[in-house]
Design a protein around this ligand. Structure first.
Ligand SMILES: *Cc1c(COP(=O)(O)O)cnc(C)c1O
Length: 401
């Protein structure tokens, strides 16, 4: 069967509008489409392919586990899940892990746990969940309502209740909102979808202090920032703020679907037998691949490499900007970077993305004003240079109309 872009319109629900490009093969940070055209991948499947495409350690884990056992229901204990959980707890503040299949599912578990914990410990009045405008936490109805973008959560009927929002980095607004009725605060330790916005150190610390004061749980959504993306294994480690619950997905499986919620023994105790679950969550195949990804990323050489690569991106993007004057700043951390368009080019991030595709470069946007780069954490230096050269051509195209 000949698969074309037109077939998408014939057979798919129209909730996506994918590119005309149909990639069929990838190796490292290079991808080839149906016609054999080559792309440099600065998108990484939206911060998922942390080790590029078909990394040997991941292929090996997939093949090896694929010939042993794929799926067991959670009525069975399985080796890969427990090995991965042990490694994740050894490497973080957490003592307990729950496995899911996606970021939204990990966040759904975190929110349900926070509500149950507050009910058990403090009674039924402590239900408020505070989150931040422009935050993104997934597309289940609970998580999309906690996310701070009405465009994603409206139009589906009555929403889960007791969810309030204020601006990210606005300490006064947050302080005015939080009280003893607050059950949990959910935040990204660097807003991804919302435009690559870092928290100020003061804001992150104040959120932690106020959560402590009001006995509210602090949930860090590290679905995009986690597993090496910012140059730390998890972004909280670079912020000196320890959450009570942390969620991880995207890069965790390096391209194989898996999500995880991490917390302390004390809090975890409230998800008693039967209170929550998932058919596929923690399946051996996903956990075996994630274990290989986690082991590879959680090394000083890969994490230091992220910081080196960040500098190459920043230097390269600023050099392009000196010639073409398109950005007001380059922001973000590690390999979660955003080039923010200046007033002249505001609203045109998609044009740069499309021009990039024409020159063999895959990138992303984060809203209408920010071009987002989330490449492989181990992208070869030569591919960074070649990708930036292609991006420069794309910028020239947009600037010259
Ligand atoms: C992508 C993302 C999610 C949603 O993850 P899914 O796997 O698509 O459900 C949640 N939170 C953040 C911060 C994300 O970037």
């Amino acid at each position: 069967m000949q698969v074309t872009r037109e077939l998408f319109n014939d057979v798919m629900v129209p909730n996506y509008n994918p590119s005309e490009v149909i990639p069929v093969r990838g190796e490292g940070s290079r991808v080839w489409d149906q016609t054999g055209k080559e792309f440099i991948d600065f998108a990484g499947g939206i911060a998922v392919n942390c080790l590029g495409h078909c990394h040997p350690a991941l292929v090996n884990a997939l093949k090896t586990q694929g010939e042993k056992i794929w799926h067991l229901a959670n009525v069975m204990t399985n080796e890969p899940a427990l090995r991965l959980a042990k490694k994740m707890t050894d490497a973080t503040f957490a003592e307990k892990v729950y496995f899911a299949n996606s970021g939204a599912e990990a966040n759904e578990a975190a929110l349900k746990l926070a509500r149950r914990f507050a009910l058990d410990v403090y009674g039924e009045d402590k239900t408020q969940i505070i989150a931040f405008n422009k935050g993104f936490h997934g597309r289940t109805f609970f998580t999309v309502t906690v996310g701070g973008q009405a465009a994603y959560s409206d139009g589906f009927g009555p929403k889960p209740a007791a969810i309030d929002h204020c601006d990210y980095n606005d300490i006064a607004a947050f302080e005015a909102l939080i009280s003893d009725k607050t059950c949990a605060v959910m935040m990204e330790p660097l807003q991804g979808e919302g435009g690559i916005v870092s928290p100020t150190a003061e804001f992150a610390q104040k959120v932690r202090q106020l959560c402590d004061k009001h006995n509210a749980l602090l949930i860090f959504d590290e679905v995009q920032t986690g597993v090496g993306r910012t140059g730390d294994l998890y972004a909280y480690q670079g912020l000196d703020v320890i959450p009570d619950i942390l969620t991880s997905a995207k890069a965790l499986g390096g391209g194989f679907p898996i999500g995880a919620m991490l917390t302390t023994t004390e809090i975890a105790a409230h998800l008693k037998v039967g209170t929550h679950g998932s058919t596929y969550g923690g399946n051996p195949l996903a956990c075996a691949v994630a274990e290989a990804a986690f082991d590879t990323v959680n090394s000083s050489s890969v994490l230091a490499g992220v910081k080196e690569r960040e500098q190459l991106f920043r230097t390269g993007l600023m050099a392009i900007n000196e010639k073409y004057h398109v950005f007001s700043e380059v922001r973000g951390k590690g390999l979660l970077l955003g080039a923010v368009l200046n007033d002249t080019f505001a609203g045109r991030a998609r044009d740069f993305l499309v021009a990039g595709i024409n020159h063999g470069l895959m990138s992303l946007v984060a809203g209408a004003d920010v071009i987002r780069f989330t490449p492989s954490l181990v992208i070869p230096i030569a591919d960074i240079n070649e990708g930036l050269a292609r991006f420069e051509k794309a910028v020239a195209d947009v600037v010259n109309g």
